[in-house]
Design a protein around this ligand. Structure first.
Ligand code: COA
Length: 148
């Protein structure tokens, strides 16, 4: 990455273009079939959550994405769920994944959210642990981070 490359992180209720989503899913090694992409765009773990799509671009080119499911502002302080975090292979290892997570944390904090959660396979636990997330037994596969 060159010093002049400007990094931007944008949050939107609108999903990215399908071709872009397919590109990131393919790049991450996930199911990127047309059927799965069509199903995953409207998916929410619970209907009460609000979906926010995050796009990270370098010099105007999207190289990273994530999805955040925001909870309603209720007294029990439920977590925001993070999903679909991808930095394209050619842009990995340059701190962009950390930058993306930092922006998501900032965005959630501003909305009064005190807890983040991510469902992750064992192969990615090290990445999340590196960023302050930890398992809360007996809940399997979901890592949490207090940001309050
Ligand atoms: C996981 C991913 C988003 C990391 O993006 P990245 O831009 O390469 O990450 P960064 O360069 O910001 O790395 C931040 C730190 O995490 C570490 N890290 C990165 N990937 C890691 C992994 N898979 N396991 C453990 N640590 C990891 C880096 O070594 C770095 O450590 P440092 O700060 O001590 O140097 C990227 O590898 C990716 O898109 N993977 C495929 C999709 C995926 O698995 N997503 C996560 C599950 S939803």
């Amino acid at each position: 990455m060159q010093a002049q490359d400007q990094v931007s992180v944008e949050f939107s209720s609108a999903p990215p273009p399908i071709t872009q989503l397919k590109y990131f899913y393919q790049d991450a090694g996930w199911n990127a079939s047309d059927e799965f992409i069509a199903q995953t765009i409207p998916f929410k773990p619970h209907p009460i959550l609000e979906t926010v799509w995050v796009c990270l671009a370098v010099g105007g080119t999207p190289v990273g994405m994530a999805r955040v499911y925001l909870p309603p502002p209720v007294a029990s302080n439920p977590p925001a769920f993070i999903g679909d975090v991808v930095i394209s292979q050619s842009s990995r290892g340059k701190g962009l994944g950390s930058l993306l997570l930092g922006k998501i944390e900032e965005y959630c904090k501003k909305r009064g959210i005190l807890l983040l959660a991510i469902e992750s396979g064992a192969q990615s636990h090290a990445f999340w642990a590196h960023h302050g997330f930890s398992l809360k037994p007996p809940i399997p596969q979901v890592l949490f981070k207090n940001i309050g």
